[in-house]
Ligand binder design. Structure first.
Ligand code: IPM
Ligand code: MG
Length: 367
């Protein structure tokens, strides 16, 4: 009893563009962490996105869904290509790479997407905000609802009165709101105990339901301070005073937009990990950024968001907290001396390195 080595199955979707390069570095770091902390990882490769279209004609197969379900967690790079040049975008929208991503989120019930924004001490010079603003510290997480709202509502394009009319329906049920709000409240309890619901309740009926459900739930979490903020104001506050945020809870589309803004606030989208969680411990982990086809294969991509996503995988799906902490410490240590191009500022005294070197440096820094 208790002497067996802990072992886990991790699905790996390398994806398109820079995906394969950044995932290789994250796997390298995971292997080192597993070795150092006494567990083993079995990797299960699977296709999704453009590479799945090339192989099977569709971006997501049942085989990939089944394989993912047989794993404890999935690590993903990024999917998609350049819409102007890639043949994948000649296909109808439901057959394009992005449809695979939305499909896997839905199929695996990944309703809670956590995107973290942390301003590391050593990256202060990469932060585009004024020093007095950044100086207050930035450390918040966006809980973005991921399987509902506009992304999954009824869609149609029709001709009405002689012109085209396109419709996307935005709807939420109480239970869809409650299950992610519960995760957000619980996270706030473990953090600085502040939750901000971002919505557009002055205009949207669905936002009014979010407010109602969240304010009802607030009574169960008396230690958490709850604020309500309109999304336009939130977009402004994220650059005006990001230190005010701890846990931000919001619906799918608002979360998509605000999380890109939030990533830049701490220096680069190349640093923002994300965790997409289902009920229970299963999750899919991917950087928030895209597949950057323009720099693919050039050893220029920043692998840190993927490496930090791998740390999230260890923390949230496998419960390997110490190994997760070790990866995050290693990243912080390496940033003292080394930067990828996206993070490099003139005269910051650091050395500019490529994707592979950065992965190796982080792996070697794991203690
Ligand atoms: C993201 C991406 C996706 C989204 C796209 C690629 C469909 O922007 O993960 O934020 O909008 O969710
Ligand atoms: Mg996005």
């Amino acid at each position: 009893m208790g002497t067996e080595k802990r072992s886990y199955r991790v699905g790996v979707i390398k994806g398109d563009g820079i995906g394969p390069e950044i995932v290789s570095q994250a796997v390298r770091v995971l292997d080192r962490a597993a070795q150092a902390y006494g567990f083993s990882l079995e990797y299960v490769p699977m296709l999704m996105g453009g590479c799945s279209i090339d192989q099977y004609g569709i971006p997501l197969t049942q085989e990939t869904i089944d394989k993912a379900r047989s794993c404890d967690a999935v690590l993903m790079g990024s999917i998609g290509g350049d819409p102007k040049t890639s043949p994948w975008y000649q296909l109808e929208p439901s057959k394009r790479p992005e449809a695979g991503l939305l499909g896997i989120r839905k199929a695996l019930g990944l309703f809670a997407n956590l995107r973290f924004s942390v301003l590391y001490e050593d990256l202060k010079d990469a932060c585009p905000l004024r020093e007095d603003i950044a100086g207050e510290g930035i450390d918040f997480v966006i809980f973005r609802e991921l399987t509902g709202g506009l992304y999954f509502g009824e869609k149609k394009t029709e001709v009405v009165d002689g012109e085209e009319k396109a419709t996307d329906v935005l709807s939420y049920t109480e239970s869809e709101i409650r299950r992610i709000a519960k995760k957000a409240f619980e996270s706030a309890q473990l953090r600085r105990k502040k939750l901000t619901l971002v919505d557009k309740a002055n205009v949207l009926e669905s936002s009014r339901l979010w407010r109602k459900v969240v304010s009802q739930m607030a009574g169960n979490y008396p230690d958490v301070q709850v604020d309500y903020m309109y999304v336009d104001n939130a977009a402004m506050q994220l650059v005006r005073r990001p230190s005010q945020f701890d846990v931000v809870l919001t619906e799918n589309m608002f979360g998509d937009i605000l999380s890109d803004e939030a990533s830049m606030v701490v220096g680069s989208i190349g640093m923002q990990p994300s965790a997409s969680l289902a009920e229970g411990s299963f999750g899919l982990y991917e950087p928030s950024h895209g597949s950057a086809p323009d720099i693919a294969g050039k050893d220029a991509a920043n692998p840190l968001a993927t490496i930090l996503s791998a740390a999230c995988l260890l923390r949230y799906s496998l419960g390997e907290t110490k190994a997760a902490d070790a990866i995050e410490r290693a990243v912080m240590g390496v940033l003292k001396q080394y930067r990828t191009k996206d993070l490099k500022a003139d005269g910051d005294g650091t050395e500019c390195v490529g994707t592979i070197r950065m992965g190796g440096l982080v792996a070697d820094a794991i203690e």
